[in-house]
Design a protein around this ligand. Structure first.
Ligand code: FCB
Length: 427
C-alpha cells in the first residue's frame, strides 16, 4: 500500500456535543469543569464542534489531499457508562464520518482510546483497576462490530505512558491523580486492555491493528555516571516501559508491583501487531537529580540552543530520525511497520512559516530514516485543526487549519497549502 500522508485528531479535543445522542461523561468532562485545571478555564463542551461540522472537516481533508485520517472514538459515546450494549446514536456518528471519508478516498485510521475514559469507570478506579482492561476489550469489540473492515488501521491506545504520567502520576491531566511511581499499574492495565482488545479485533477480522506510543530521544545533560544512569532510567520509563512488553521483553524494572502482572498477562500484552504508531515532538534532556531527596531518579533539563514552539518545546527534526533508527536497531525483526501517527507544533497565526519549517524538517527526517532502512509507512500531522489542547485549553494552536473559537470558522493556514503541495509532489 502506498505511503499514507495523513492528519490526526482526537475525539475530546475536537468533537464537542458532549451530551448529544446520549453520550456519557468522560474523565475530561469532569476534569475540565474543575476550577484551575485548564489554563484558560475552557472545556471541550463545544471545542471545534466537529460533531456537527465533520462534513466541512472531511472537505478540508479532501482539499489537502490526505490519503488517511487518524481520529479517535469517544468511548462514552459508544458506551455511556463504559459497560453494556452499544449506544446506536453514538456509533451512528462514526459510521457517517467513516463513510464520508471513504467517499473522498481517505482511509480511516481509528484510535479506540485517546484519554477520554467514561467517568463511570473512573468511579470504579479507572485504569488503576484491572477490570477496566476487560471493559476496554468489550468496547473494542462493539466498535469493530459496527465499523469492521472499513478501517485501514486500528490503533488501540494513544500514548499510554503520557496518559499514565500526566493523568495518574502528576495529576496535570484527567483524572488528576498524583501517585508518582504508584501510577505504574495504570500503564499495565492499559497494555493488558490493549492486548485483550487486539484479540477482540482479530476475532472480528479487522484489517490491521497497532498501538501508538510517545517517544523521545533521551539526551544526557552531563557526563557523570549518575547523569548517564538518570538518562537510562528516564529512557526505561518514557520509551521502554510501554514498548518492551509489546515485543515480549516484559517490563523494565522500575518498581511496578509484580503482583499487578498476573500469570499470562505478558503473553496477552505481546500479541503480534501490524503497526507501531510513533508520536514524536522533541528530545528530552536528563541529568541526575540535584538533591538526593528527589522523589525521582532523574531531572528533566530544558535543551538550549534550539528554536522553540509556543509550547516552549525545542524544535529538533533530526530527533525523529534518531528515534526511528533507534527503534529499528533496538527491536529489530520484532518491530512491525511504523506509522508516525503524530508530528506537529504549536504556533499562533494563519500565516505560519514556522510550522512549515517544522514539518519540512520532520518529513525530511522521516525520509532519511527510510533511506537508512527503517520501514515507515505513513506520516500524520498533528493536527488538522486548532483544538482543545488538554490542560492548555485553547491557548496552543497545532492546526493546519485555524479555528476561531467564537464562531468555529475554519481558515486554512499557509502550512495547509504547503502540506497539500508536499502530498501532491509525492504522487
Ligand atoms: C500528544 C497527544 C495529542 C496532542 C499532542 C500535542 O501527546 O497525543 O492529543 O495533545 O500531544
Amino acid at each position: 500500500m502506498a505511503f499514507a500522508w495523513g492528519v490526526s485528531t482526537s475525539a475530546y479535543q475536537i468533537e464537542g456535543g458532549v451530551t448529544v445522542g446520549g453520550r456519557g461523561a468522560s474523565i475530561w468532562d469532569t476534569f475540565s469543569h474543575e476550577p484551575g485545571r485548564i489554563r484558560d478555564g475552557s472545556t471541550g463542551d463545544v471545542a471545534c464542534d466537529h460533531l456537527h461540522r465533520y462534513g466541512d472537516d472531511v472537505a478540508l481533508m479532501a482539499g489537502l489531499g490526505v490519503s488517511a485520517y487518524r481520529f479517535s472514538v469517544a468511548w462514552p459515546r459508544v458506551q455511556p457508562d463504559g459497560t453494556g450494549p452499544a449506544n446506536p446514536a453514538g456509533l451512528a456518528f462514526y459510521d457517517r464520518l467513516v463513510d464520508a471519508l471513504l467517499e473522498k478516498g481517505i482511509d480511516p485510521v481509528l484510535t479506540l482510546f485517546h484519554w477520554d475514559l467514561p467517568q463511570a469507570l473512573e468511579a470504579g478506579g479507572g485504569w488503576l483497576v484491572r477490570d477496566t482492561a476487560y471493559r476496554f476489550a468489550e468496547y473494542a469489540g462493539l466498535v469493530a462490530a459496527a465499523l469492521g473492515d472499513r478501517i485501514r488501521l486500528w490503533i488501540t491506545l494513544n500514548e499510554p505512558f503520557i496518559h499514565t504520567t500526566l493523568g495518574y502520576a502528576t495529576g496535570e491531566h484527567a483524572p488528576g491523580h498524583a501517585h508518582l511511581f504508584d501510577a505504574l499499574p495504570a500503564a499495565h492495565h492499559q497494555l493488558l486492555g490493549h492486548g485483550l482488545a487486539v484479540a477482540a479485533l482479530r476475532d472480528r477480522g479487522v484489517a490491521a491493528v497497532g498501538i501508538t506510543n510517545n517517544y523521545t530521544p533521551v539526551w544526557p545533560q552531563g557526563e557523570t555516571e549518575a547523569d548517564l544512569a538518570a538518562a537510562a532510567a528516564y529512557d526505561a520509563l518514557h520509551n521502554r516501559f510501554c514498548t518492551d512488553p509489546l515485543f515480549g521483553r516484559g517490563y523494565p524494572d522500575l518498581g511496578l508491583d509484580p503482583r499487578v502482572v498476573r500469570d499470562g498477562d505478558l503473553e496477552v500484552v505481546a500479541a503480534p501487531l501490524d503497526a507501531l504508531g510513533v508520536n514524536y515532538y522533541n528530545p528530552t534532556g536528563i541529568r541526575a537529580p540535584a538533591s538526593p531527596e528527589s522523589p525521582l531518579p532523574f531531572e528533566i533539563v530544558p535543551l538550549t540552543g534550539y528554536p522553540t514552539t509556543d509550547f516552549g518545546w525545542p524544535v529538533v527534526p533530526d530527533g525523529l530520525r534518531e528515534l526511528l533508527v533507534g527503534l529499528a536497531g533496538e527491536y529489530g525483526d520484532a518491530l512491525p511497520p511504523i506509522y508516525v501517527t503524530e508530528s506537529g507544533c504549536a504556533y499562533d497565526g494563519i500565516d505560519d512559516p514556522q510550522r512549515v519549517a517544522y514539518l519540512d524538517g520532520h518529513i525530511r527526517a522521516v525520509r532519511s530514516a527510510m533511506a537508512a532502512g527503517v520501514d515507515v509507512r505513513g506520516y500524520f500531522v498533528w493536527s488538522l485543526l486548532d483544538n482543545f489542547e488538554w490542560a492548555e485549553g485553547f491557548t496552543k494552536r497545532f492546526g493546519l487549519v485555524h479555528v476561531d473559537f467564537e464562531t468555529r470558522r475554519r481558515t486554512p493556514k499557509t502550512s495547509y497549502t504547503w502540506y497539500r503541495d508536499v502530498i501532491r509532489a509525492s504522487r
